[in-house]
Design a protein around this ligand. Structure first.
Ligand SMILES: [Zn+2]
Length: 119
């Protein structure tokens, strides 16, 4: 599991457990799905689809990659173009800040926004 996914899992778990403690509920077991570090609200599904695509393991099957990409394009099509563009840039920067990698070419170092490189 990539470090980012572990971190995401830990954060999501911590939030959920804090909520359960407030309600006086017992701790929950580990989730089956890895929750992504994405805020709720408009465009959340798009943000989540982007992170899902960008955090696929390099050896993921082509079909998995295609499906993740299709989900990104679907969610993008549901948003006004300028909103989608802004979210895309924001999440790309966040991904780059958190992982040190460019989400488009997966190379460490420079972030290639606006097709100035591997996107
Ligand atoms: Zn790049």
């Amino acid at each position: 599991m990539p470090d980012l996914a572990k971190k995401a899992l830990a954060i999501a778990r911590e939030m959920r457990e804090a909520e359960r403690r407030r309600k006086g509920l017992p701790p929950t077991p580990e989730p089956q799905e890895i929750p992504l570090p994405v805020a709720a609200g408009p465009g959340a599904a798009y943000r989540q689809a982007l992170w899902h695509l960008w955090t696929l393991p390099p050896d993921a099957p082509q079909a998995t990659y295609d499906q993740a990409l299709a989900e990104v394009l679907l969610q993008e099509s549901l948003l006004p173009p300028l909103v989608a563009q802004a979210l895309h840039r924001e999440e790309a920067r966040r991904f780059h800040a958190e992982t040190g990698r460019c989400p488009f070419c997966q190379e460490p170092g420079e972030l290639h926004l606006d097709g100035s490189g591997g996107s």
